[in-house]
Design a protein around this ligand. Structure first.
Ligand SMILES: Nc1ncnc2c1ncn2[C@@H]1O[C@H](COP(=O)(O)OP(=O)(O)OP(=O)(O)O)[C@@H](O)[C@H]1O
Length: 265
């Protein structure tokens, strides 16, 4: 029969081994987050979001768009005014697994700084700043809160999949963005828009024809909504119809991520 001392020794060894495993896994995950190609353009990316209300990000699969960009924006101060960063996924399982992975990478419990919401399952709290969800869920939220007022940034991921929810969401978000912008300025800032779009007024004309779905709120002022659409290479033509875009490449990357920039919807 093993002695008490031997039992204690074995328990301590197990405890230290588990602790060691935990820290080496944590280190590995943190390292993984730093090694993705998109990490090379973190500062540039945050700057682009700061300067543009709508950004279309095109990058290869695995370059780190889904897991890293929300965190970069959080660090860049996009939640400072109390707003949160919402990221939509076409599939429930993706929303859950990515949220778990990002929470682990940030070293927080799921449901605190990083959470997810799908169907009737809501793993978020008052502290949640990065929220992964299905695109259908965000559409449902828009029925209750048409201005999506709790979001400072909304990221539509996997837009190239063109699910009905994603397509409807893109149209809706464009309207929300415009209404929120009007609630502050009275008008959409077309001067900046047109300058950065090389003077193209086409989009503004199309918008005026479709105006009236969501009227700008007279009584309340909303902060501008930053909108980021993420998709894979070669799938942006439908977005160019919805938004008049100019494009620019980001140099110095090991795996290319192209940014197609747009100013304001
Ligand atoms: N749930 C997860 N579990 C473990 N590792 C993950 C998970 N999600 C992402 N990763 C890791 O993070 C890296 C970046 O993935 P991420 O999903 O951010 O890339 P992406 O550019 O958004 O790709 P995609 O366009 O396919 O969504 C991956 O290479 C993978 O190693």
């Amino acid at each position: 029969m093993p002695s008490v001392a031997a039992n204690n020794f074995s328990r301590n060894t197990h405890h230290h081994q588990a602790k060691g495993d935990f820290f080496s896994r944590k280190q590995k995950i943190e390292q993984q987050g730093k090694n993705v190609p998109i990490a090379a353009v973190e500062r540039r990316l945050v700057e682009e979001v700061r300067n543009n209300d709508t950004l279309i990000i095109v990058g290869e699969t695995g370059s780190g768009k889904t897991t890293q960009i929300p965190h970069y924006l959080f660090k860049g101060g996009f939640c400072c005014d109390g707003g949160i960063i919402g990221i939509t996924q076409p599939r429930r399982v993706a929303a859950i697994t990515v949220a778990k992975h990002v929470a682990e990478e940030c070293g927080v419990s799921l449901g605190q700084k990083v959470g997810y919401a799908i169907g009737f399952e809501d793993v978020t709290s008052g502290q949640t700043k990065i929220k992964y969800m299905t695109d259908g869920l965000l559409l449902r939220e828009a029925l209750l809160d048409p201005y999506l007022s709790k979001y400072s940034v909304i990221i539509v991921d996997e837009a190239h999949e063109r699910t009905i929810h994603t397509d409807v969401l893109l149209g809706l978000l464009k309207n929300v963005q415009k209404a929120r912008s009007k609630s502050i300025n009275g008008v959409v800032n077309t001067e900046r828009n047109n300058n950065l779009n090389n003077g193209h007024a086409l989009e503004e004309r199309i918008d005026n024809q479709n105006d009236g779905i969501l009227k700008p709120c007279q009584a309340k002022k909303y902060s501008p909504l930053k909108l980021i659409i993420m998709c894979q290479f070669g799938c942006t033509s439908f977005l160019r119809v919805l938004w008049w875009c100019k494009s620019c490449s980001c140099s110095g990357m090991t795996v290319s991520c192209r940014y197609i920039l747009h100013t304001q919807a």
